[in-house]
Design a protein around this ligand. Structure first.
Ligand SMILES: [Zn+2]
Length: 101
């Protein structure tokens, strides 16, 4: 399934899929689920998790400046605080939408 249209509406991301369904994700929830190594942490071969110390996210962290499309399988949002290394696959977006906040 692929998005026909992705729009920011208020504080939510609205995704219209090619089967006619729609998904709404709060921007704050989206950012908190950022899958990049810096946000999620990286596990080394010994199984140790390395993570940036939790720094408080500013309100700008929950605003999207622009959204890029990656190879027809993911989106890459650029957040207003400059963060842009997280790639959200379409499957992952659906899972976030189904996760209770
Ligand atoms: Zn991130």
């Amino acid at each position: 399934m692929r998005p026909n249209d992705i729009q920011q509406i208020g504080d939510e991301l609205a995704i219209k899929w090619d089967d006619g369904t729609e998904t709404f994700i709060r921007l704050e929830s989206l950012r908190r689920h950022c899958p990049c190594a810096g946000c999620k942490g990286e596990v080394d071969v010994m199984g140790n998790l390395y993570k940036n110390p939790d720094k408080p996210l500013t309100p700008a962290a929950f605003q999207i400046r622009k959204i890029g499309m990656i190879g027809g399988y993911a989106i890459q949002p650029t957040w207003a605080d400059g963060h842009s290394s997280g790639l959200f696959s379409f499957d992952y977006l659906k899972r976030i939408a189904e996760t209770p906040a």
